[in-house]
Design a protein around this ligand. Structure first.
Ligand code: FMN
Length: 350
């Protein structure tokens, strides 16, 4: 049904217009308590066998929505009601900014991929904090992904991230330092250990100082050389980070300027996950994103060492109930393998 709606209707409209409409619809849903609760009861993962604990946070299921959809923390409850086990909001910057000129979001339907060069369009940390403070009607795990404000020079990046962290860490179930988006000039340079160490050290001080100690993760690009993946992993261990999210979008493609997500990213994303698992074992929580399309992909990532899995492009092509469907199929898979819980599968083939 969704395939028909997508091929006949949605794909004829500008991708960003459809995105905005979807965010508005989900924000509206978040304001309708009864419907929200009904949908949550019907579609959210509830079986104990799907529950996952990571860095002291309890997730109802391992599959969450990757950053970039709910950039302003406007509709996380609506997303959770459709079956996602967590929602990573952002990327949020200290100061609000408009992002790059449009068009900046492109579907590659045949490749089951998307190219975006949004450039962290968002209302800024203050506005996001106000939204995150609203009381919630259904349980939802919210990760907050922060990035650098475009006009802030690289030399002042740490202070900019720290300003966001101060406002948002107390309101987040976990915090992510994003140094891997390709659409803010110079951002990915911050992945170099010499720049990343002071940045993560400063943000960690803020995250550690919140009343519940907010878990801190770093999100990396698939385009890092293998040795650089290892170097970030070693740094994360050294600094006592809680986990790594791998990966962001890739700039290794021949299309429009921007980051490529979806099916073409699958292989490299899995490769980076395997490398990280070989390096850190279970000392860090690994969150795998990139090209996840179905239950087989989710299962493969879990077996390879991911405690949590994220998707975004797969949802665009898979339809609104994509995550609910995958969680249902995942539960069957867990039982079929004679396991009591999905967590028993983490890292089995690593
Ligand atoms: C339109 C779009 C916007 C995105 N914006 C962000 C962002 O603001 N911050 C971020 O860390 N990742 C962002 N991402 C990357 C995703 O979070 C994810 O890492 C990547 O798309 C790979 O997953 P996928 O193949 O399931 O889409 C964005 C992705 C897309 C498609």
């Amino acid at each position: 049904m969704y395939r028909l709606v997508f091929s006949q209707v949605l794909r004829r409209f500008d991708a960003e217009a459809v995105h905005r409409l979807t965010v508005s619809a989900l924000a509206l849903l978040a304001r309708l308590p009864l419907l929200k609760r009904l949908l949550h009861r019907a579609f959210a993962p509830h079986d104990p066998a799907l529950r996952v604990s990571a860095f002291g946070v309890h997730f109802p299921g391992p599959l969450g929505l990757a950053a970039g959809f709910d950039k302003d923390a406007a509709c996380a409850e609506g997303i959770a009601a459709l079956g996602f086990g967590h929602v990573e909001v952002g990327t949020i910057t200290a100061h609000g900014q408009p992002g790059n000129p449009r068009p900046r979001l492109f579907r590659l339907v045949r490749e089951r991929a998307v190219i975006n060069r949004m450039g962290f369009n968002n209302d800024g940390a203050h506005a996001a904090a106000r939204r995150l403070r609203r009381p919630r009607g259904i349980p939802v795990v919210i990760g907050v992904n922060i990035g650098k404000t475009k006009v802030v020079p690289e030399s002042e990046a740490t202070a900019d991230y720290v300003a966001s962290a101060r406002k948002l860490a107390p309101l987040a179930d976990y915090l992510v330092v994003n140094v891997s988006s390709p659409n803010t000039p110079g951002l990915r340079n911050l992945q170099a250990v010499s720049l990343l160490r002071p940045l993560l050290t400063a943000v960690k001080q803020v995250a550690d100082a919140t009343p519940r100690r907010t878990p801190l993760l770093v999100k990396i690009a698939p385009d890092l050389a293998d040795e650089d993946v290892d170097a970030v992993a070693e740094l994360a261990l050294e600094l006592g980070l809680d986990g790594i999210i791998a990966t962001n979008t890739t700039i290794r493609h021949g299309g429009e300027t921007g980051g490529l997500s979806g099916r073409p990213l699958k292989e490299r994303s899995l490769e980076v996950l395997r490398r990280l698992r070989a390096k850190v074992g279970d000392r860090l929580t690994l969150v795998s994103a990139g090209g996840v399309e179905d239950v087989d992909d989710v299962w493969e990532r879990i077996l390879a060492g991911a405690t949590l899995v994220q998707g975004y492009t797969g949802w665009i092509y898979g339809g609104p109930l994509w995550a609910a469907r995958i969680h249902r199929q995942l539960l069957r898979r867990v039982h079929r393998h004679g396991l009591k819980s999905v967590t028993e599968a983490v890292g089995r083939t690593a």
